[in-house]
Design a binder for this molecule. Sequence first.
Ligand SMILES: N[C@@H](CCC(=O)N[C@@H](CS)C(=O)NCC(=O)O)C(=O)O
Length: 226
Amino acid sequence: MAIDLHYWPTPNGKKISIYLEEAGLAYCVIPVNIGRGEQFEPSFLALSPNNRIPAIVDHEPADGGAPVTVFESGAILMYLAEKTGILWPRKPRARTRMTEWLMWQMGGLGPMMAQANHFRVYAKGKSAYGEERYTREVGRLFRVLDGRLAEAPYLAGDYSIADVASYPWALGAERVGVDLRHFPHAQRWLDRIGARPAAQRGMAVGEELGAPVMDDEARTLRLSLS
Ligand SMILES: N[C@@H](CCC(=O)N[C@@H](CS)C(=O)NCC(=O)O)C(=O)O
């Protein structure tokens, strides 16, 4: 297979499985059980020094040289989209719009939802301040998302990797206290992407690995990492 996808079925992992399905690229899933600490294995750290999934190894890079490894989901999406031209706006202005929203997801929506989830689920009851702060910030980000999607069908105008990055996160809105009934444009965008067979296939990758673990061992590991 041309691409190894080091993966666990979380929103950041699913960004890449959705993209690979959208682009029709051949890939091989290599599970990294982050609930059990496999992200700290030296072999994985060699690919992803920040001990986080996803990471890829492209065995057939465009320059024909040695395999290319990429960590950070935004960097992976940019690498793959630049290589294939798929969901990658060609015109510089459109590409700038796409980059804005991709960075918004990478620096805003993803981390803030992860923090909200941390305080509401893993550290439940430990910090009302943290829970409230990140829940409020996620609400603000959904207002921004809904506002953008009121003026355009997709974040960069046309469907792009910015949507692929935001979609699996936005799907988890309810879990972090967001009521999507207040964000009708975001809901329609979710429905539009959710109707795409490639997005459905990408979201299903790794289903057999089970829901993310939330037992005492996983909770302790998660708290010790924060
Ligand atoms: N900014 C990184 C974040 C990746 C990330 O947070 N991955 C989580 C799963 S969604 C992870 O691997 N966590 C393992 C850990 O925290 O040790 C990206 O977008 O790739």
